[in-house]
Design a protein around this ligand. Structure first.
Ligand SMILES: Cc1cc2nc3c(=O)[nH]c(=O)nc-3n(C[C@H](O)[C@H](O)[C@H](O)COP(=O)(O)O)c2cc1C
Length: 409
């Protein structure tokens, strides 16, 4: 599901303030560079006590800045120059002291100064707090965190767990990969800010007996990518997942189910509380009519068991029938004649948008190609990794949602 070079052409100022978690900043710098970013490291004097600028220079490929009096800049104004081309400043670790400075607009060293001097409308500030749990929970720190949030900074984490000091609690800096993903998310356009999105993903499992069942080859990757992309676009996301072993996208609320009936029962009661419903799951159309309480065994006779099937509830149609239904997007996984099948499904399910894809070409794979079919026509999203396609689809959904809202007003 990973997209190639998600931070290509991005310029990031990576700030380090004084804390033990500076050791994680080395790995973070590597991950950002690996993701394609150009990384300029700036360190406070205290950060230099924890990790050397040599390490950070070697990993980022750029000489590190530590002082506002650095004469390398022609105009001697590193605090201005460093953020004029930057997409974001990420401070990781952000010490309690550093957050206090940002909250108050104190600017007595290069890193705090450049945060204050950055062009706020196009250069995001992301802070990854890292400190002892008592420092984190102190009312002064909490006041400062609330203030920096209010001023537009994104506060990432902190996580919880064992701390370098030997205590356990809140205040651990997020891991390098988590911070990389938060940065990628923070740079996405907020097409769905304030919206609530419900996504289904994966296959369903229709039990025959306690150890066997009917399922399909859906991996859940497309639905999980859509949940992640919607969240990145600013939505509050609920993901109802069939049996898959994929990690939950960050900040997404996940509900695990097995069967089509369970998915139906999880989705329908909450659907109307959402603005958008994306039915990506490959829901089994039929299930065994009866469930054998014990494993069906070979009994030595030549008769093979015969299973009667019964139809499962149609989740998309059930949501589309709700009086205050969300904007419904259905997926059609076909083996042939994609456009015709997708258009047929559009009419049959009475939904505004159907996304067609070829089952055998997408199940289990990291890439896909999508065909968007609605009343206006068709649009092909060319083959790409599933996250890239999911972001594109989210943008398309947001555009349609805005049109619907415009018409309604
Ligand atoms: C060994 C040691 C570990 C420290 N770890 C942290 C830490 O994890 N988080 C934090 O906020 N401060 C920590 N501090 C305190 C900061 O380094 C101190 O407040 C410093 O003034 C921060 O400066 P800066 O914000 O300019 O980088 C630690 C201090 C020492 C001596």
């Amino acid at each position: 599901m990973s997209e190639p070079m998600p931070l290509k052409h991005r310029r990031i100022v990576l700030g380090l303030s004084g804390g033990i978690a500076c050791y994680k900043a080395a790995e973070l710098a590597r991950e950002l560079v690996k993701a394609g970013a150009s990384v300029q490291v700036v360190m406070t004097e205290a950060a230099e006590a924890f990790i050397t600028p040599v390490t950070m220079q070697a990993l980022s490929g750029h000489a590190v800045y530590t002082s506002q009096w650095d004469a390398r800049e022609g105009n001697n104004m590193a605090h201005i120059n460093l953020t004029r081309e930057a997409d974001a400043v990420m401070v990781a670790p952000a010490s309690a002291d550093f957050i206090a400075k940002i909250a108050h607009g104190t600017a007595d060293d290069l890193l705090s100064l450049l945060c204050l001097a950055r062009p706020r409308e196009r250069c995001a500030l992301l802070l990854a707090p890292a400190m002892n749990r008592e420092m984190w929970s102190h009312p002064a720190t909490q006041r400062n965190v609330a203030q920096v949030r209010d001023d537009g900074a994104l506060v990432l984490g902190p996580g919880s767990g064992d701390q370098a000091c030997g205590e356990t609690g809140d205040g651990r800096m997020l891991e390098a990969l988590e911070l990389r993903d938060e940065l990628i998310a923070g740079l996405q356009p907020q097409h769905l800010a304030g919206k609530r999105v419900l996504v289904t993903a994966g296959p369903t499992f229709e039990a025959i007996d306690p150890v066997r069942g009917i399922t399909n080859l859906s991996s859940g990757k497309m639905g999980f990518a859509i949940a992640r992309a919607a969240r990145e676009a600013g939505a509050q996301v609920t993901l109802v997942a069939g049996p898959v072993a994929l990690p939950t996208p960050r900040h997404v609320q996940r509900i695990d189910v097995q069967s089509a009936q369970q998915m139906h029962d999880a989705v329908v009661p909450i659907a109307a509380a959402h603005d958008v419903f994306v039915a990506t799951a490959a829901v089994a159309d039929w299930r065994p009519a009866t469930f054998a309480q014990r494993k069906i065994k070979k009994d030595g006779s030549k008769t093979t068991p015969v299973f009667e099937l019964t139809e499962n509830p149609d989740i998309l149609a059930a949501v589309a029938r709700l009086p205050d239904r969300p904007y419904c997007v259905g997926f059609a996984a076909e083996t042939d004649d994609l456009a015709r099948n997708a258009r047929e499904k559009l009419a049959r399910k009475n939904v505004p948008l159907i996304v067609g894809n070829l089952g055998p070409a997408t199940f289990g794979r990291d890439d896909n190609a999508l065909l968007l079919v609605d009343a206006q026509g068709e649009r092909q999203l060319a083959s790409a990794d599933k996250l890239t396609l999911a972001r594109e689809l989210v943008r398309e959904i947001a555009e349609r949602l805005a049109t619907v809202a415009q018409r309604a007003s």
